[in-house]
Design a protein around this ligand. Structure first.
Ligand code: LLP
Length: 382
C-alpha cells in the first residue's frame, strides 16, 4: 500500500525504477534490535542490497556486514562499518580480494576449503600478519527451499565436509598465520518454515561438540542467514517475525557460555522495503491470454525468470476496481522467460498505468543487468 505522497512521486518519475520505503526498513531494524538477545551479533548480508543509503541505516542500527566479494568488503569499509564487524565468506575468494580484506583487518574469513586455508595463510604471512578464520562447514541440512538457493547439502559446492575435519586440523597446526576462531554455517535462503533452522541447531551442536572434544572451544558460532519473507502479503507482513526465529536458536543451540552466536541476514532485512515501479507500455490480446507489457523486465528483476519466484503485482494507477482481468505480466526483453507472473488478476489495465512489483528490496536491483543494452536503473528513497 503506497501513500498519496509516494504515488505522486512515482507519477513524476521516469520508469522503471526501484522505490525504497525507509519507514519499512526502520521498522524492520527496530524489530530485530528488540527481538535479538544482546549477546547475538547480527551481520547484514550485503549481497541482498548494498545500496549506500540503506547501508547507513543498517550500520546505525548496530549491525555488522557479511560480504561475499572483495568489492562488498570495500563497500562495507567505505560505508564505515567497523572492521571488527565485517565477515567475508565465499567459495572462490581471489588473492586480490583476500589481500584487500587483510589490509583492512576484517573480523573473520569464513573459509571453504583446505586449499583456501593455505592461501590465506600464505598471503597473511607475506604481510607479516595473522588472519582470523572460521571454518565454513557443510552441515548436510536440507533447507527445503528452491534448489538454486540451497547451500547446505553435500551435493552443494559450499563449505568443508565433516570427513575432512581431521585433515583440516592437521593442516591448521602447520599454518602459523591463521587464528582459528569459529565455525560458520549457512543452509540456504527464503526459508519460512523454521524446522530447517532447528535441524541446523542439532547439527551445529554435534559438530561443536566434536571440535571441543578435539581441544577447540571456538568462540564464534555463525549460523548464517536464510530467514524468508512473505511475498504474498507485503503490506500485512512487512516485518518478519524475528522473535520466533531467534527463539529457535535460544531453545535449540546448546553452546558453552563463552561461545558467541552470529547471524547473517539479508532478505529478511531489506526484502520488504523495496518495490520495482514500472509503466505499462502495451496491452496485447493474445489467443489464449492477455499480455500487459511493462517497461521493466528480467533485466530489472530476474527472480521470477531464474527461480520461478512469486512477487505480488499491483496496478497502482487504478483508482477503483470495476472488474478484474487476467494478464500475463511480461517485460520487453527478447526471451520468453521474461515474465513476472502468469494469469495475474488486475483491474482493467491500460497503457501508461503504473505497476508495482512488491517485495523486491532484496536480490532485486543488485541482480539487475544491462542485457539488451538496457538503461541503468534509478532508485528513489522516501
Ligand atoms: N550468508 C551466506 C553465506 C549466504 O550465501 C547468504 C545468501 C546469506 C548469508 C544471506 O541469505 P538471506 O538471509 O538473504 O537468505 N538470489 C537469491 C538468493 C541468494 C542467496 C545467496 N546467499 C534470491 O533472489 O532468492
Amino acid at each position: 500500500m503506497f501513500t498519496q505522497k509516494q504515488l505522486n512521486t512515482f507519477k513524476a518519475t521516469e520508469t522503471p525504477f526501484y522505490f525504497y520505503d525507509i519507514d519499512v526498513l526502520n521498522k524492520t531494524l527496530e524489530a530485530i534490535k528488540k527481538a535479538a538477545p544482546k549477546e547475538y551479533h547480527i551481520h547484514y548480508a550485503l549481497k541482498a542490497n548494498p545500496h549506500p543509503t540503506l547501508l547507513q541505516l543498517i550500520k546505525q542500527a548496530g549491525l555488522g556486514a557479511d560480504c561475499v566479494s572483495g568489492n562488498e568488503v570495500k563497500r562495507a569499509v567505505e560505508s564505515a562499518f567497523a572492521s571488527d564487524k565485517i565477515v567475508f565468506a565465499g567459495v572462490g575468494k581471489s588473492d586480490k580480494e583476500i589481500n584487500y580484506a587483510l589490509n583492512h583487518s576484517i573480523f573473520c574469513f569464513n573459509v571453504e576449503s583446505i586449499q583456501e586455508l593455505q592461501i590465506i595463510n600464505q598471503l597473511a604471512s607475506n604481510k607479516n600478519t595473522k588472519a582470523r578464520i572460521a571454518l565454513r562447514i557443510n552441515p548436510n541440512v536440507d533447507a527445503y527451499t528452491h534448489k538454486y538457493i540451497t547451500t547446505g547439502l553435500e551435493e552443494n559446492k559450499f563449505g568443508i565436509n565433516p570427513y575432512e575435519f581431521d585433515a583440516v586440523l592437521d593442516e591448521l597446526k602447520k599454518l602459523n598465520n591463521l587464528e582459528f576462531i569459529g565455525l560458520h554455517f549457512h543452509i540456504g535462503s527464503q526459508i519460512n518454515d523454521l524446522t530447517p533452522f532447528k535441524n541446523l541447531c542439532t547439527r551445529v551442536n554435534e559438530i561443536n561438540k566434536w571440535f571441543i572434544n578435539k581441544g577447540f572451544l571456538l568462540q564464534h558460532i555463525n549460523v548464517g542467514g536464510g530467514l524468508g519473507i512473505n511475498y504474498k502479503e507485503p503490506d500485512t507482513q512487512s516485518v518478519v517475525d524475528f522473535e520466533n526465529y531467534f527463539n529457535v536458536f535460544k531453545q535449540f543451540l546448546a553452546l558453552k557460555p563463552q561461545q558467541q552466536v552470529h547471524f547473517e541476514l539479508g532478505r529478511a532485512i531489506t526484502g520488504q522495503c523495496g518495490s520495482l515501479i514500472s509503466r505499462v507500455l502495451y496491452i496485447k490480446h493474445g489467443i489464449t491470454t492477455n499480455f500487459a507489457i511493462l517497461d521493466a523486465g528480467m533485466t530489472e528483476l530476474i527472480r521470477p525468470a531464474l527461480y520461478q519466484a512469486y512477487h505480488k503485482i499491483e496496478n497502482i494507477s487504478a483508482s477503483e476496481v470495476k472488474s478484474l482481468v487476467k494478464y500475463d505480466v511480461v517485460g520487453p526483453i527478447c526471451e520468453s522467460s521474461d515474465c513476472f507472473g502468469k494469469a495475474v488478476e488486475l483491474p482493467e489495465t491500460n497503457r501508461g498505468d503504473l505497476i508495482a512489483i512488491r517485495s523486491a528490496g532484496a536480490y532485486g536491483e543488485v541482480m539487475s543487468s544491462l542485457y539488451n543494452l538496457r538503461d541503468k536503473l534509478n532508485s528513489v528513497f522516501i
